[in-house]
Design a protein around this ligand. Structure first.
Ligand SMILES: C[S@@+](CC[C@H](N)C(=O)[O-])C[C@H]1O[C@@H](n2cnc3c(N)ncnc32)[C@H](O)[C@@H]1O
Length: 294
């Protein structure tokens, strides 16, 4: 048993575990130690924090020891707890699926706002999530816009399995399909009010630095292909062109350096109005929106 597992109080165990994680270069060691303890104890992290402050004696045992070692090897925290939080939802994740990121919450917000406007107009908003991964955006839209009709597609069979779990848990009405975004939903041509996507977009030379991303997110989820990483985003734009009704909204996430390229693609085709580069919550250019020209 490790020093962390043998420690007499929860506070000691967390201190030892956080130091182990800090030594391994984990970016938020104390948070992660608390999250792993919460997972082992099956209690919310906030309760673990309070129990540690109170000086409670808690035996965390070998499981905690094992999880801290795994995290120190830079296995993603979300793979160890099996959960990623996205817009307040607890989504099931693990090996084989992209872990949803906070910046995508803002992308989902744009789709949610547009769908809510359509619903407020007395219609059922048709929303399509291309490259859905764990189903994060689709599930968030379905949960936050009750009268939205949500469709989602994903190419990786491993990711589809995770998405199916999340759809079953949170929003059974979602039409989830396995397939290629390039050819998806021929039955919805010209009918969508919103097409939203966080596709793979990392350019070939930009291998992610963080081991959690580089070694654990699936390659198919990261790399956008082509010399600029925009091959998959381009096919997403082409599919959106086909699916959206006149005036419908496209929302696509991209890397910081790709906003000029995507804006140029949309404006030069003559098929889009209101092409706008958008910022994430930290002020970085991270997604574009555009309306299908009538
Ligand atoms: C960056 S991940 C994003 C997942 C999810 N949208 C999210 O925000 O968490 C991109 C996803 O696109 C999927 N993908 C890649 N190429 C695709 C294609 N041609 N058609 C459908 N899905 C694709 C990958 O398997 C991966 O799940």
């Amino acid at each position: 048993m490790s020093a962390a597992a043998r420690a007499r109080t929860l506070s000691d165990a967390l201190r030892v575990a956080a130091q182990r994680l800090a030594d391994a270069g984990v970016p938020s060691p104390r948070h992660d130690a608390e999250a792993l303890a919460a997972h082992v104890l099956r209690r919310p992290r906030s309760e673990v924090v309070v129990a540690a402050l109170r000086g409670d004696a808690v035996a965390l045992g070998d499981m905690f020891d094992h999880l801290v070692e795994e995290r120190s090897r830079r296995v993603p925290l979300q793979h160890l707890t099996g959960v990623a939080t996205f817009r307040g939802l607890e989504l099931a994740v693990g090996p084989g699926v992209f872990v949803p990121r906070p910046e995508t919450e803002v992308v989902a917000q744009a789709a949610i706002d547009e769908a809510a406007l359509v619903v407020a107009d007395g219609r059922s908003a048709v929303v399509v999530d291309l490259c859905t991964g764990s189903g994060a955006i689709a599930v968030a839209v379905a949960c936050e816009v009750p009268f939205a009709e949500v469709h989602a597609v994903e190419l990786s069979e491993h990711a589809v399995a995770w998405a199916a779990r999340n759809v079953t848990t949170h929003a059974r009405g979602i039409d989830l399909r396995a397939g290629d975004a390039a050819t998806a939903f021929p039955d919805l041509d010209g009918l969508a009010d919103v097409v939203v996507s966080n596709p793979p977009y990392v350019p070939p030379g930009s291998v992610p630095v963080d081991p959690e991303v580089r070694d654990h997110d699936p390659e198919i989820a990261l790399y956008g292909l082509g010399p600029d990483g925009l091959q998959v985003p381009r096919l997403v734009v082409a599919t959106a062109e086909r699916l959206l009704a006149p005036g419908g909204l496209l929302v696509v996430e991209h890397a910081e350096v790709q906003q000029p390229g995507l804006r140029a693609l949309l404006t030069s085709s003559g098929r889009w109005d209101d092409v706008d580069g958008q910022l994430d919550l930290t002020g970085r250019p991270r997604y574009v929106t555009a309306r299908r020209r009538s």
